[in-house]
Design a protein around this ligand. Sequence first.
Ligand code: ATP
Length: 628
Amino acid sequence: MSATTSTRAGSTATPRTSTALDTGESLGAFTTIRLGMKHSPELREGLRGTFALAVLASGGEVVVPIAVQQTLDRGLGADGGVDLGFTVLMGLLAAAAIVVTGVASYLMTARLFRAAERGLATLRTKAFRHVHDLPLLTQNTERRGALVARVTSDVDQVSQFLVFGGLLFVVSVGQIAVATVVMAVYSWQLTLVVWLAFAPLFLSLRYFQRKLTEAYGVVRRQVGAMLSAVSEPVVGATVVRSYAVADRTQARIDEAIDRHKAASFRAQGFTAFSFSLGGVSAGLANAGVVVVGILLMPDGWFGTDAMTLGTVIAFAFLVTLFVGPVQMGTQILTDAQNALAGWRRVIGILETPADLTDPGADGEPLPSGPIEVTFDHVGFAYPGGRPVLHDVDLTLAPGSRVAVVGETGSGKSTIAKLLTRLMDPSEGRVLLDGVDLRHVSQADLRRSVVLVPQEGFLFDDTLAANVRYGRTDADEAAIRASADALGLGDWLAGLPRGLDTRVGQRGESLSAGERQLVALIRAHLADPDLLVLDEATSAVDPALEMRIGRALERLMRARTSVTIAHRLSTAEAADEVLVVDHGRVVQRGPHAELAARTGSVYAGLHASWVAQQGRATDRVPSGAGEQG
Ligand SMILES: Nc1ncnc2c1ncn2[C@@H]1O[C@H](COP(=O)(O)OP(=O)(O)OP(=O)(O)O)[C@@H](O)[C@H]1O
């Protein structure tokens, strides 16, 4: 989340309490395909034309064996000697059929490829966007690597299937039907032999499909887990090195890779078995056709006049026309399970509702200027957890500078998240100028309320680009004006490349203090009416500290500001201090007044700070361990 974005929430949503991302695993195959088509309408475009080409391609294939049979029986073996004209005609017909089949197959594949890639690009884009609209808590609970896997590797699986699978499966079924009909016209007995040879495969398909669905569901999950295991130590490389835990980290990665390998082996085992069964069936069918065909010829055991050499040879060709699509179909069904498992997971993202409703254009407008903030009997519990805020009921005057203090885990950040509508309260309401936050459009809220977190996230780009997250249309002059207004113009000018300075990944080319300065310019550029600040705790050198202090001072001018304070100097400078203890606001008032109340929570915090002052900087102790 960027340092100065206020909130993001989805546009359509129903309230929910779960934080888990929909895995989509409960979706049946047809529901998955229906939802997939809904989310990628491009997949349906031109489907009829593609299907017509597929019919043409498979129809053309049947022509060749028929031409061979006709040539053998009525051309080369004609009653009055070789009928050259007929033989040539059949040859030309077969050649034309081969050309038509080739062209139609090429066009069909090209169209399928384009439609699939277009459809999946849309799916990827939608999934990426929706990730941003997901509830904050859901984003936090889902491992980042797994989330990335869903929009990359899972979509790739779908892509491969759609290009080579989807329609080809329908075509294969069509080819099987056509081959069966043509075979039956030649000889119902041999057709029966072929179907009997494939009966075990057909009968076991459902069983294999069930097993494959399960197995590939596990494979896709393990791909996500593996990416998480790899990406986490890359992001946390500094910690891994400084604590020399590379071996332990590697062990975790190895374990994830092993689990993925085991899951893939299991899935591949089923695939290999069904594929070999297909091979055995094909062998049986071919042998059966030749043996039974010969037995059915006029001088065979079950001699019939209808069975000619041409028919047996044509039948052998027709069997390959039957076997080909059956093996293709079996292969596609196998791949389909892998692809469907991936598709389900991507759809799972899209079907996870964003939990914060955005009233959009119907939202109540917020007047501009310093905002009055009201917590109306607010209570909050994280999903599945105990309540962490209880009956917070207070009003903060417009334009006031408020510091929120309290021990670690007391609920300060939760208050900030509710104030910026990163989450909605479980009980009560949060109001800005009397308007319930739930009734304010996201666009309006983003304009009026800005959160500056402790560690403002910087993107690997120039300083100017990072600052523009505050206001996307800001030109350089506006950025410089903001820096000047905060007294940071000379700092900016002192940077070797000024606004074009590249900040590195996560802003690592800047010092912690400099990153804070960037976050402040960003916030100033956004020009909010309510500023919510989570004060940084990291120590910076005294000169920079003073700079930050002065910039903050200017940033807060003429706005309502709520600061989660970790320094006593911040509390001292505030108009009002809110003391949070175990999820309740137990004291409020100016610093001097609160500090004078002996025995109070605030007096305790103050005393421990004073005790520490000799040893450290002016920090409010935010944890029990820090208290004297
Ligand atoms: N995402 C979360 N899921 C579940 N519980 C949470 C979550 N975030 C915070 N909590 C719990 O809510 C309580 C209040 O946390 P909060 O972050 O508001 O405290 P805080 O006063 O800001 O602490 P700190 O000074 O350490 O930042 C804590 O008990 C914490 O464990």
